[in-house]
Design a binder for this molecule. Structure first.
Ligand SMILES: Nc1ncnc2c1ncn2[C@@H]1O[C@H](COP(=O)(O)OP(=O)(O)O)[C@@H](O)[C@H]1O
Ligand SMILES: N[C@@H](CCC(=O)OP(=O)(O)O)C(=O)O
Length: 258
C-alpha cells in the first residue's frame, strides 16, 4: 500500500517547542517497520516552526510572519536532522521535499515533484515533505497548513491512504476539549455540510490547521478515491491497524465511483 502519513506539531513537539522524543521515536520505528513490510511510505511533517521556537528559546509561537519564517528555517534543519538520525538507525534513508502552493499549481513544477517522488520511492527512500514556510508566506504562494499539503501530496502520489496524526483520537461529535459529552465518530461515509460543521478552531497552541483543515483534506482525498484516517499521534502503532484495514481513529471512506 502507498500510504501518506502526516504528523502535526502537537504530536512532534511539546508546548515548549522542544521535541517530543517519545512520540517521534515511536513514529519513526513504526514507519520503518511498515516500510520493511513492503509498504511505500511518504511522511508529511509539520513542526518546523514549533521546533524553531524551541531551538531559539522563544517564549511563545511568534505571531508575525518574518519571525515565523526564521523559526521555520531553524526548525526545519532540526526536524530533518532528527529524522535522518532516527531513520538511519533502522537503515532507512530520508529525503527532504519543501513545497509551496505555486509548486503544485504550476503544471511543470507539479510534474517535476511527482517524478522526483516516484523515483525516491523506487530507490527505497522515505520522502519527508513540508511547506517551504520561508518563501510561502501569503495566500497566493502558500498552501497554509500541512493537512491540506498532505491531501495534495496524497492525490499527486496517487496514494491508497492518507493518515493525519493529530493530538486527538479522531473526529468527535464536537470539540472534546470544550464538550465533555463529545463522542468519537469511527466512520464517515459521506462528508456532508453537517460533518464539516463539527470542526471548531485549532486545538494546540503550536498547531496551525485545526479540525476544519482536516475535514477539507478528507473531502479532497476521498473524492480522489483514497481513504483517509485521523488518528492520535501519541499512538503511532495504530498505523499497523490502519495499514491492515482495521478500525482506528476516524476513517473517511473513499467516495465510490458514480
Ligand atoms: N469535532 C472535533 N473533533 C475533534 N477535534 C476537534 C473538533 N473540533 C475542533 N477540534 C480541535 O482540533 C484539534 C486538532 O487540530 P490541531 O490542533 O491543528 O492538531 P494538529 O497540530 O495535530 O494537526 C483538536 O485538538 C481539537 O482541539
Ligand atoms: N509548515 C508548518 C506547518 C504548520 C502546520 O500545518 O502545523 P500543524 O497544524 O501542527 O500540522 C511547520 O512546519 O510548522
Amino acid at each position: 500500500m502507498r500510504i501518506v502519513v502526516k504528523v502535526g506539531t502537537s504530536t512532534l513537539a511539546y508546548a515548549t517547542g522542544r521535541l517530543n522524543i517519545r512520540h517521534t521515536e515511536q513514529l519513526v520505528k513504526v514507519l520503518s517497520d511498515l516500510k520493511n513490510e513492503g509498504h511505500e511510505v511518504i511522511l508529511v511533517s509539520s513542526g518546523a516552526i514549533g521546533m524553531g521556537v524551541g531551538k531559539l528559546s522563544l517564549p511563545t509561537r511568534p505571531k508575525d510572519t518574518t519571525t515565523k519564517q526564521a523559526c521555520a528555517a531553524v526548525g526545519q534543519c532540526e526536524l530533518m536532522y532528527t529524522y535522518d538520525r532516527l531513520f538511519n538507525a533502522y537503515n532507512h534513508t530520508v529525503a527532504q521535499i519543501l513545497l509551496t502552493g505555486v509548486d503544485v499549481e504550476h503544471t511543470e513544477r507539479r510534474v517535476n515533484f511527482q517524478n522526483t517522488l516516484s523515483r525516491l520511492l523506487e530507490l527505497g527512500a522515505l520522502p519527508i515533505i513540508n511547506e517551504n514556510d520561508t518563501v510561502a508566506t501569503d495566500e497566493i504562494t502558500s498552501i497554509g497548513d500541512n493537512d491540506t499539503l498532505a491531501a495534495i501530496v496524497a492525490c499527486c502520489a496517487k496514494a491508497d491512504m492518507l493518515v493525519l496524526l493529530s493530538d486527538i483520537d479522531g473526529l468527535y461529535t464536537a470539540n472534546p476539549h470544550t464538550h465533555t459529552d463529545a463522542k468519537l465518530i469511527p466512520l464517515v461515509e459521506e462528508i456532508t455540510p453537517e460533518v464539516m460543521a463539527l470542526a471548531d478552531g485549532a486545538g494546540s497552541a503550536l498547531g496551525t490547521g485545526g479540525m476544519a483543515t482536516k475535514l477539507r483534506a478528507a473531502r479532497m482525498v476521498t473524492s480522489s478515491g483514497a481513504d483517509m484516517v485521523i488518528a492520535n499521534g501519541a499512538h503511532p502503532e495504530l498505523l499497523y491497524d490502519i495499514a491492515a484495514g482495521r478500525s482506528a481513529g476516524t476513517r473517511f471512506a473513499a467516495r465510490k465511483e458514480d
